[in-house]
Design a binder for this molecule. Sequence first.
Ligand SMILES: Nc1ncnc2c1ncn2[C@@H]1O[C@H](COP(=O)(O)OP(=O)(O)O)[C@@H](O)[C@H]1O
Ligand SMILES: [Mg+2]
Length: 354
Amino acid sequence: MIGEKKKCIGLIFGGYSNEHEVSISSAKTVFQAFNSKINKQRFEIKAFYIDKQGNWLNSNLSEKILIDEIKNNKVKKQGMSNRERLNFLEGIEFQNIDIWFPLLHGFNGEDGSIHGLLKFTKKPLVGCGILGSALGMDKILMKTIFSNLKIPQVNYIVFHNEDLDDKEVKKNIIIEIIRKLNFPVFVKPSNSGSSLGISKVTNKSELLLALKKAWEIDPRIVVEEGLDVREIECGIIGQSKLLTSEIGEVRYDSDWYDYNTKYNLNNKIIIPAEVDSKITQKIKEIAIQSCRALSIYGFARVDFFLEKSSNKILLNEINTIPGFTKNSMFPMLWGASGLNIEQLVAKLVDISLD
Ligand SMILES: Nc1ncnc2c1ncn2[C@@H]1O[C@H](COP(=O)(O)OP(=O)(O)O)[C@@H](O)[C@H]1O
Ligand SMILES: [Mg+2]
């Protein structure tokens, strides 16, 4: 290691997504971890901020956002000079990057779009490829593959690109939901994140509003039977061989894990989750099986429901760019599994070079 040239990490954050703010918080944590004394010996880090309009900022300005020297909304108000704004494919700064670390949660990032763009640079990246990212983001396709593998999930139905402004279509959708599922139901856009666009619906009269809310984000919609569940999560890292972390449970005071609850500091994270060892084992097995099936590697967080009444394990979803703030489950799971945040980010880079 001594004498080895430092690897330059290109951290991409912000993004044209409804999870923009979360991405900034995640990037702050990762930026700090790469700047730790130990990691500075091996890595140099350059950050690239994408604003909510999709403009890329140069690394000087981007880094100022990460160390709170400027607020991201200030950049927007003041406007940017052409020198500060980058055209991705022309920006010579990109030539110096050895490994990309995209930390864009949600669409226009986690959905595989950033992975596609970065492929043109011919540099490795932390995380999985276009296919795994797109599948991990899309609840309809993810669920279809899990069904094929007979992995237990909650009952659900899907609606593809239906016109909710059409009276007849609306009526038929509502009839189908009532016929096939029991209340409460969860109405979700197929592509979103951080619970944005999701509603818990307890009766027929609330359905239309919930469908419209999801439809505004994505015209492909999932409706699921809502169960009374514990929420258990498992981290995975690796490429040719996937490793699982300890499993963790998140407990919160509100009715379900909606956007505000997710970023509430009063949530209780319990690692390892207090469940039977057979359940832990099964969850870890399904985590690996499901990531393999979707071509997900690098790093990911696999989320499960454990039905309270039956202790039944149900796979909920896989997040291919999970929250990476100090209070996020993913780094905490690995912390409890023997990798502190500095070791974790370095390990993720090593995996990307595997
Ligand atoms: N079928 C369900 N039964 C019970 N709770 C659910 C169900 N679906 C979603 N939820 C609640 O909504 C949260 C967000 O749903 P999820 O599908 O994970 O969306 P996101 O991708 O935005 O995280 C879950 O963590 C859980 O609290
Ligand atoms: Mg979730």
